[in-house]
Design a protein around this ligand. Structure first.
Ligand SMILES: CC(C)(COP(=O)(O)OP(=O)(O)OC[C@H]1O[C@@H](n2cnc3c(N)ncnc32)[C@H](O)[C@@H]1OP(=O)(O)O)[C@@H](O)C(=O)NCCC(=O)NCCS
Length: 484
């Protein structure tokens, strides 16, 4: 059996999976897909009746998970398609149950189909580029409208409390707010994405405060810039950034896809971060799966130890995923800690793969395999579970006591989690150890990243002589310099 390695302490005699739930008990939760017969029924069980004994067995089987998950933080994100499919109330019931068991929950909702509906109502055409919505003024109004309606529907669902329903006595309060700071996507390949944004910062402290007071935090796919503008974000970006900022214990996506398929199309119940990154890199996944997976991988790289991709088509999927040994979707886990180290010749292939897309789009100056091989001792790399996620190189100019940081790259699925900064610090440390006094970079697109990290503008004349001779006047790179 493909047993998972999730954290809860197994009971002394771990069940292969929870025993089948009797249909009469806890009706909103569906029975596991593969019922496992309960352990040998005792004489007492016979007296109590098989259904009751099965119920007791089932509850005892999930107890270790309940103990292990109490006090843990889960970010649960669901697509707008879930709401459209009419299963919002079922999800809210399950979330309320998790909350009652002591789990701290942040919910993030998507709104793609609802925004489409609003646009259609106003006879406005949806515009996309590279699969990303271009949010003009009309689309932003639709996004606000959709998010507002969804938020009200979700809050209403959490406010139910009729007797004989799963929400009876729940008394659960939901908090929403301006927890997400956004920045514009900007102009990419000549396309102005207008009010489409990316997460810039997450106010994790305020969220933590709300969670510690027993609230469920509800986040919409909208964020706000310091200038007071609203931006249309993706729920995947919001959820992944929030999970990383909170160092959540789990990030769970509940979507229209069943999970991650293996190369022959069979659902993978578990995969390592390394495999997930390789599958993304090899580009053999269905596009919607790849889209969700890249955000889950990003969260794992941001310090979230477990991420799950599960389907809403399965009733109670979040409960089945959490409390069944094999779950119902795919769990991706970060087993080994990542390492920042100096490169060896074995890393040449990984470095070439990392920088190839950036060489192709002109961000980095092309270097051949032989140059990387020759200079491999200059490189530092970030490796996670055997896969390289980042690299940077230091070139020494001893006559002028200067160093150049070159080839700084963090793979797109790991960006925004601090790896770039860690590589810069590593290169600075190496440069100081060599007795260098100044570090410079030549850049065409990353000026602000370096300025924020202590670099200042310099000129070509400030470069070491050997570098000055090689300066490419057509490329017109900016020279930025930092005192060490
Ligand atoms: C630049 C790069 C190395 C940064 O790596 P990273 O791991 O994402 O960086 P960090 O996580 O340490 O920093 C993230 C911050 O940088 C910002 N950032 C990322 N790319 C940026 C850019 N091109 N310009 C300005 N800011 C940028 C992010 O918005 C985030 O800002 P915030 O924390 O203030 O919200 C990475 O984006 C990359 O590989 N880019 C493509 C290659 C490149 O441009 N290399 C430099 C060649 S000189």
């Amino acid at each position: 059996m493909n047993a998972r390695t999730d954290t809860p302490p197994e009971p002394a005699e771990p069940p292969a999976a929870a025993p089948a739930l009797p249909p009469t008990a806890l009706s909103p939760v569906s029975a596991p897909a593969t019922p496992i017969p309960s352990s040998a029924a005792s004489a007492d069980a016979d007296a109590a009746g098989p259904d009751r004994q099965q119920f007791v067995d089932w509850l005892r089987a999930v107890a270790p998970y309940i103990h292990a998950f109490r006090g843990k933080t889960f970010v649960i994100a669901f697509s707008g398609e879930l709401v459209k499919a009419g299963v919002l109330n079922a999800l809210v019931n399950d979330v309320a149950l998790l909350h009652a068991m002591g789990m701290q929950i942040v919910l993030v909702f998507g709104s793609r189909p609802q925004v489409e509906e609003q646009l259609a109502l106003r006879h406005v055409e949806s515009r996309y580029a590279d699969g990303v919505r271009i949010t003009d003024n009309a689309a932003l109004e639709c996004a606000k409208e959709a998010a507002g309606e969804l938020r009200l529907d979700i809050e209403a669902a959490f406010s139910q409390g009729l007797p004989n329903t799963p929400m009876a006595g729940a008394q659960l309060s939901v908090i929403s707010g301006n927890f997400i700071t956004a920045r514009p996507v900007g102009i990419v390949n000549g396309v102005d994405y207008q009010h489409t944004g990316l997460v810039r910062k997450v106010d994790g402290e305020s969220m933590r405060m709300s969670l510690s007071h027993g609230k469920v935090v509800l986040l919409s796919p909208l964020g706000f810039s310091p200038t007071g503008q609203a931006f249309n974000l993706s729920m995947e970006d919001v959820a992944s950034a929030t999970a990383s900022a909170l160092r959540a214990d789990k990030l769970i996506f509940i979507t229209e896809v069943p999970g991650v398929p293996d190369p022959v199309g069979k659902l993978m119940t578990e995969m390592s971060l390394r495999t997930a990154a390789e599958r993304l890199h090899n580009n053999h996944l269905p596009p919607d799966v790849a889209y969700y997976l890249q955000h889950l991988v990003k969260a794992l790289k941001g310090g979230v130890p477990r991420a799950h991709l599960i389907p809403f088509a399965q009733d109670g999927s979040v409960l089945l995923e959490l409390f069944l040994h094999d779950g119902v979707g795919t769990m991706i886990s970060d087993s080994d800690l990542e390492s920042l180290r100096e490169a060896t010749l074995d890393d040449v292939g990984g470095i070439l793969q990392l920088i190839a897309p950036l060489e192709a789009d002109g961000t980095l100056v092309p270097r051949g395999r032989h140059l990387i091989e020759r200079d491999i001792g200059n490189f530092s790399v970030i490796e996670h579970d055997g896969v390289l996620f980042g690299c940077a190189a230091l070139y020494e100019f001893p006559r002028e006591n200067m160093g150049e940081m070159a080839c700084l790259t963090v793979s797109s699925e790991a960006q925004g989690t601090g790896d770039g900064e860690r590589l810069l610090k590593r290169i600075e440390r190496r440069a100081r150890a060599l007795g260098l006094e100044r570090l410079f970079v030549l850049t065409t697109r990353t000026e602000h990243w370096f300025l924020k990290r202590g670099f200042v503008h310099a000129t070509v004349d400030d470069l070491p002589e050997d570098k000055r001779k090689l300066y490419n006047w057509q490329r017109k790179s900016m020279v930025l310099m930092k005192k060490l």
